[in-house]
Design a protein around this ligand. Sequence first.
Ligand SMILES: Cc1ncc(COP(=O)(O)O)c(C=O)c1O
Length: 384
Amino acid sequence: MEHWLNSVPVFLDHMAKVDGCATSHAAKRLAQYGPTAGIVAGLIAAQLRADERIECDPEQVVVTAGCQEALSLVIPALCPAPGDVMLARNPTYIGVTGVADFAGIEIVPVEPAGDEDWACTLARVTAKLRRAGKAPRGLYLTPEFDNPTGTVLTEAQRRSIIAGCGEHRIVLLEDNPYGMFRFEGVAPPPMAVLDDAGCVVYLATYSKTLCPAVRVGAAVVPKRLFGSADAAERFRVELCERKSFVTVNTSQVTQALVGGVLLREGGSLRAIVEGPRMHYRRNRDALLRALDRAFGTQGDTVQWNRPNGGFFLGLSLPFDFAQAQTAQCAREHGVIVMPMTFFSLDGTHRREIRLAFSNTDEREIEAGVERFARYVETQASLTH
Ligand SMILES: Cc1ncc(COP(=O)(O)O)c(C=O)c1O
């Protein structure tokens, strides 16, 4: 964080140049209230183009106080009427369930049955909801290294989801905080790149690429929402109106910090994330090695996925693990893991946990897995 604070003057110089004024005048303006949609939309659009291949104009971007504010603006804007519901995979990111709960909006779990393709799933779920007098308005997804499961949607799945959303006029919220932390393999295109239906609202954040303290993110509205430029503009204006009564504008000081970093880095964050990306990769490898050592002989009773990036993986256990067990494991074995029930929309996934490998190191990971393995051994012997 400290070494980014000095990027604010870089942005001030840029602002002064663009506006044709003195830097001192730009600094005075920065200290005031600012435009609701933000002052770094152009730099964000350029970064999304450079790093994510997303072609968007600054006019499509609403700068927000992190992704969380974007969620709390977009979800209620999509679901104004009683019976309007959100769709999400189950389990799902807790920031989404929290917003929906506070706004009194139902979230309906959606998952393909067997090898059903996503377009069929969305048709099936939509028909069922319509029969019950409900209307699915939005679908929330983290296609790349999901929180909490660590999974990735394939390009075919992404295309099928877009087809289903286009057909049923469901707005797709593509949340992508972890996309730049891929350790190996080729990234499928973001859904905003594949969007030929005009249904994707892309959610960006600088919380993982820079740091959470900046509280800078963005909602990127499609150029034409389901084919209509007017509808897209009305939606963008509605987000700004809502934001004007929530945070007025995102802090101009931290926008300037992010803007300055983007200017200094020539528009791309690839170089900045390289060190953290390698650190997370080493942690992921250490976690997989430790899990293999601790549970490798336990066949199908303890299973986990091997993510190619991101911060998380999911692990399944041969017994229930919810809030009480989390406390017991922490108290008796000195290790905290996250039960999947925290992210579950309906109380299912009781035998799964989320393991995070980001904000830690290899030694802590090894010690943590050893302690957790002792807990699992004790529990498994009690349940037999
Ligand atoms: C799926 C997901 N979305 C968004 C965020 C980041 O939100 P924010 O930009 O508000 O810090 C996180 C952080 O944990 C996350 O896991």
